[in-house]
Design a protein around this ligand. Structure first.
Ligand SMILES: [Fe+2]
Length: 197
């Protein structure tokens, strides 16, 4: 104890952190070519979360490779933030969907309740197409927030070819697409088979 201080720290923890990581996908250019050919033959604007469409089962030839990449990113995410590394066989992909945000539209605030991780891969990201915004779960917690947290929110500008992972419980939304083009991303929930969540 420093003389005169009269206090001594006995425990230090950073509790309830929100871990988010982004990955560059080196196969992006090749996958983008596949995507351009794919969307020529289909109306992909109605393949969102609420639709019956599921990337993994509806078009496995197109998306199987992406599922493997998503799992690899999840393993790396868990390695980066946690001591325990699960067997990749214990990770499974829930429904995969295609988010198409048309000009002047947005995705309202939501979370992926009960899901372990949310994954999103950015395919078409014209300038000002709408940031991913995470809402600080600590209400009135701004009094000691980091410089990244502005008005209780942290924004991430989408970048083509990048895969981003964050916990399913955090509230988030996609801001208004102010560009003249669609904003397209591929998303899925990732769960751990040996954990009840
Ligand atoms: Fe979401």
């Amino acid at each position: 104890m420093v003389k005169g201080e009269k206090i001594m720290i006995i425990e230090k923890q950073s509790l309830f952190s929100t871990n988010i990581a982004s990955f560059k996908y080196e196969g992006h250019e090749a996958f983008k070519e596949k995507w351009i050919a794919f969307k020529k033959n289909k109306d992909t604007t109605n393949m969102g979360r609420a639709a019956r469409y599921n990337m993994w089962t509806s078009d496995p030839d197109m998306f199987e490779e992406l599922g493997v990449i998503f799992k690899k990113c999840a393993i790396q995410y868990l390695k980066e933030f946690y001591n325990s590394v699960p067997d990749i066989k214990n990770l499974y992909l829930e429904k995969g969907w295609i988010n198409t945000i048309t000009p002047n539209n947005y995705l309202n605030v939501h979370c992926h309740r009960g899901k372990y991780l949310a994954v999103t891969y950015y395919m078409e990201t014209p300038k000002n197409c709408g940031n991913l915004v995470l809402v600080d779960p600590r209400s009135n917690g701004e009094w000691l927030s980091s410089p990244y947290i502005i008005n209780g929110r942290v924004e991430f500008e989408p970048q083509e070819g990048v895969i981003t992972i964050f916990p399913g419980w955090i509230m988030h939304y996609i801001d208004i697409n102010k560009s003249e083009f669609n904003r397209v991303s591929f998303s899925s929930n990732i769960c751990l088979a040996d954990k009840k969540r």
